[in-house]
Ligand binder design. Structure first.
Ligand SMILES: *[C@@H]1O[C@H](CO)[C@@H](O)[C@H](O)[C@H]1NC(C)=O
Ligand SMILES: *[C@@H]1O[C@H](CO)[C@@H](O)[C@H](O)[C@H]1NC(C)=O
Ligand SMILES: [Ca+2]
Ligand SMILES: [Ca+2]
Ligand SMILES: [Ca+2]
Length: 599
């Protein structure tokens, strides 16, 4: 009864008072119990200098007395004539009221503290540091982006994978059937095929990272927890050029972001990329998708680290139309599965060694897992962050999004021995691209971003001639370009992507290393040696792509350096044919005009 009384009485006081320390604040309000009716109460009040403010709520015989001489907010109980009220025989009970700190239950935005009731929220070490005692990594600044009000509202993301458990309790609310399709089953329901080995968990795991529902007492919080999430089931069956082209071309005016965490075999010996239909679908997507702003394709860079794979041999990740994403461990180390290459734009946290943590997300059969790993984790994280940026500015083009990532990602504590600063001042590495993503910087830049001028493409074809590389040596080939300055329609002033197309005949492809050096003197490795690649197929018009010259000037002399270092002695018969022939070299620089913004 007493508690009830206190809480009604002090509603007003509490709302005025901010949370204070632990000291009690005495007020000039008293609760007094006096039997015999209100006139008795009035008499007692008058005797000790109080004003009787009347009965307290519905409590008979309980009166609210007010004493004007008590100092407001005193931190001690004031002694005075009025305090003798306790001793009056007519008074059954009296209590001076103290202020009880009450805190509103909203998320406070000044302190970096949000509490969600999702059971795995406290395990999301890569998002928040609420629990100060556990190790955490808040550098991706996802929480700060949310606190600025961006949660992916009205942005549509789809996961191209083995299906999505659309009725998962943590996905159902954000699930969007218009962003979904089943290419394998040729129907509109991308629900995964269930089997005893749980082969098809991958898509559901990726989907939760992007858009699991927040604060619903289930599993986790997605990075864009108010975004629409769909799934395109396409990996659970034979994957052909048609399957890929269909999947990447589903509702390009409705779907904003396509996230793909798959690619050619990461066996360290495959060289493979999109077929003709898929290539056309990418091109159509960036030209026509999102009503002309361009579809956004986010790609995992690959998990072939242990096989010595190099993501330049994966034509999906090295396409200029995809945003290729790498991973780092919670300690900023190179994960065992990481594949380096020059087309990687940015990086997120993911799994690492056994003693480093993994990623928590939704799992098949309405479950939740804390075991999501690899670069598969990283593409959906960035898809979610891009969704936040699109909410901040829906007019961003596919190229604007790449510019934002280049501008806002940073090396922080990511360890690599090849960090360098290019001539435009960007820090870049073949392991991590421009570094760890920063969601808050992305949304802030997005709100003030002015769309970059149209892309210009300038192509310079080297003189066709056959050249030989003696085994164990290297060969340089140079090409000089004006950046198409004589053709204003194509003039390239500010580099974005640089594509080098080569024809190389060689008895053992894995022995080759290729570098390109820009006119500004920046060196980028297009290919590293691959121990397992014994192929004698060479590279037939293969396109290598690098983003390491972003912002540099195109004009001048470009050098291609091909190094052939035999990993084992070559059979003398073959040795005769050991000559790597570089037959053609073609540099395509895709860039903006002179009116482009300053670096
Ligand atoms: C989550 O929901 C609880 C109620 O279950 C609420 O108290 C809390 O403020 C909510 N958190 C956020 C961040 O909205
Ligand atoms: C090729 O060019 C690079 C960079 O300019 C230089 O370091 C290297 O020595 C050159 N190699 C040959 C064989 O000329
Ligand atoms: Ca189906
Ligand atoms: Ca949830
Ligand atoms: Ca690979």
């Amino acid at each position: 009864m007493t508690l009830f009384l206190l809480s009604i009485l002090f509603t007003v006081e509490v709302s005025q008072s901010v949370v204070r320390g632990h000291g009690a604040f005495y007020t000039n309000h008293w609760a007094v119990r006096i039997s015999g009716g209100p006139e008795h109460a009035d008499q007692v009040a008058a005797k000790y200098g109080y004003l009787n403010l009347g009965q307290i709520g519905s409590l008979e015989d309980h009166y609210h007395f007010h004493h004007s001489r008590v100092v407001r907010r005193a931190v001690y109980s004031l002694k005075g004539p009025h305090s003798f009220i306790h001793m009056d025989p007519k008074v059954d009970w009296a209590q001076q009221q103290i202020v009880k700190p009450r805190v509103k239950r909203y998320a406070q935005s000044d302190a970096n503290f949000i509490h969600f009731n999702d059971p795995k929220w406290s395990n999301m070490w890569y998002i928040h540091c609420n629990d100060k005692t556990s190790r955490c990594r808040s550098e991706m600044n996802i929480l700060s982006a949310w606190q600025r009000g961006y949660t992916g509202k009205n942005v549509v993301v789809t996961i191209l994978d083995d299906g999505i458990e659309r009725n998962h309790p943590d996905l159902a609310q954000n699930y969007d059937h218009l962003a979904s399709y089943d290419v394998n089953g040729n129907d509109h329901d991308p629900t995964p095929r269930y089997d005893s080995r749980n082969e098809n968990i991958h898509g559901t795991r990726c989907a939760g990272e992007v858009a699991a529902v927040a604060n619903n007492s289930h599993c986790i919080v997605g990075i864009a927890y108010n975004a629409h999430i769909g799934g395109i089931r396409m990996l659970d069956g034979d994957v052909t050029d048609i399957v890929e082209a269909k999947s990447l071309g589903i509702r390009p005016d409705y779907i904003d972001i396509y996230s793909a965490s798959w690619g050619p075999k990461d066996d360290g010996k495959t060289v493979d990329g999109p077929g003709p239909l898929t290539k056309q679908t990418f091109e159509r997507g960036i030209k026509k998708g999102r009503k002309g702003l361009g579809s956004i394709f986010v790609w995992a860079s690959g998990n072939g680290g242990r096989q010595g794979d190099h993501c330049s041999c994966d034509g999906y990740t090295s396409s200029i139309y995809t945003i290729s994403i790498s991973s780092t461990t919670e300690n900023g180390n190179k994960p065992w599965y990481l594949e380096a290459c020059s087309s990687i734009i940015a990086t997120t946290y993911s799994s690492g060694e056994f003693n480093e943590r993994k990623i928590v997300t939704t799992d098949l059969r309405q479950r939740c897992t804390d075991g999501h790993t690899g670069t598969s984790v990283s593409a959906p994280i960035v898809a979610g962050i891009i969704a936040l940026a699109l909410e901040a500015n829906l007019l961003l083009t596919w190229r604007d999004v790449q510019y934002l990532l280049v501008k806002t990602s940073r090396p922080v504590h990511l360890k690599a021995d090849d960090w360098k600063t290019n001539a435009a001042g960007h820090r870049v590495s073949h392991l991590y691209g421009f570094g760890l993503v920063d969601a808050e910087a992305m949304v802030l830049e997005a709100t003030k971003w002015r769309t970059v001028p149209p892309q210009h493409t300038c192509t310079q074809i080297a003189e066709r001639r056959t050249r030989y590389i003696p085994a164990g040596q290297s060969l340089n080939s140079s090409i000089t370009t004006s950046g198409c300055s004589e053709e204003p329609e194509q003039f390239v002033d500010y580099l974005e992507h640089v594509v080098v197309k080569v024809l190389i005949v060689h008895p053992r492809r894995g022995d080759l290393e290729i570098n390109v050096i820009s006119p500004s003197g920046t060196k980028s490795q297009l290919l590293a040696k691959r121990l397992f690649d014994n192929s004698n197929e060479g590279f037939r018009d293969w396109e290598f792509m690098t983003v390491h010259f972003w912002g540099e000037r195109a004009q001048g002399t470009w050098t291609l350096e091909i190094i052939d270092s035999p990993s084992k002695p070559r059979n003398p018969e073959v040795l005769g044919k050991t000559r790597a022939v570089m037959d053609q070299m073609l540099t395509i620089a895709s860039i903006v005009s002179t009116s482009a913004q300053a670096a």
